[in-house]
Write a protein that binds this ligand. Sequence first.
Ligand SMILES: Nc1nc2c(ncn2[C@@H]2O[C@H](COP(=O)(O)OP(=O)(O)O)[C@@H](O)[C@H]2O)c(=O)[nH]1
Ligand SMILES: [Mg+2]
Length: 325
Amino acid sequence: MEQERLEQVFERIKNGDVRLVSRLIRNLEDKVPEAKEVIKYIYPYTGNAKVVGITGAPGAGKSTITDFLISSFRAQDKTVGVLAVDPTSPFTGGALLGDRVRMQNHAGDSGVFIRSLATRGALGGLSAAVEDAIHVLDVMGKDIIIVETVGTGQSEVDIMNNAHTILVVLTPGMGDDVQTIKAGIMEIADIFVINKGDQPGARKLYMDLMRALDMMQDLPGGWKPPIVKLESIAKPAEYANQVDSLKEKIEEHFRFLKDQKMWELREMRKARVQLINAIESQVLSPILELLQKDGEFDNMVQKIAEKEISPHEFAEQIRGKYLKI
Ligand SMILES: Nc1nc2c(ncn2[C@@H]2O[C@H](COP(=O)(O)OP(=O)(O)O)[C@@H](O)[C@H]2O)c(=O)[nH]1
Ligand SMILES: [Mg+2]
């Protein structure tokens, strides 16, 4: 794409051109090369948004909380971008449909931009698409970017690493007791949210979580992850108040990061994950594609399965051929 065109696209993103941004994000999911060009161009202008990650089991209430958080931030005139990532559900899936219904609450508010990303293509690529979409919403001028993702595996942890502040949502009675919380998720939480706190087991979950947190080391800088309890959306006014206090905790964490010079550390953490993702997509993926195209990959698989040659020997050959090392 020539320079002049890139400049135009940049201007249109800055001016909040919703249609262009939506198309760009779709192209990022589809790995359209021009879309990457745009990211390369706009990257130096990113870094103004504060990114909040929200993760937890399906049905925990992440989208509901996000919806209320949007209202809470909007009440302070902050603009909000939301990326709802659901690798488990196809585009027409129930979860995303539900998200779309909720989006209606903010339809017509130009200070809010919401987009769902589902897996199109490899799961591994999703994390890269999400981080690029974050850059786009950042340049679009959104003050707060909320990234919602189902907490299941490494790719979610990768996605969460793009956030300055990570919320982990737990609910009573969903097998979400502290022992079963996925290792890796527990450690990355900056704030715990107990949702559906009016339901049986909420108190026990709270106590168990407190005890587990007591045993855990404080995060660097001395941050102790607080636990925020949200009760029931059946009482929307109270729920909204509780989400307001959640929003205050989020802002407290932002301030903590800035005051303790931790913001830079988070940026380094983001940069590290982004570099690894970029290397994967620009170095590893093309090699795999080349091998797959001419059937070489399947031949290798066959030989490895038949114990003829070890995978390491093939990997060494590939390294010699493509990386010359
Ligand atoms: N009883 C109760 N239901 C809730 C609460 N928060 C969300 N829900 C419901 O739980 C279901 C899943 O919520 P959703 O926000 O889509 O969960 P997500 O999959 O984590 O995004 C929806 O039917 C919500 O209406 C709550 O505080 N109390
Ligand atoms: Mg959801």
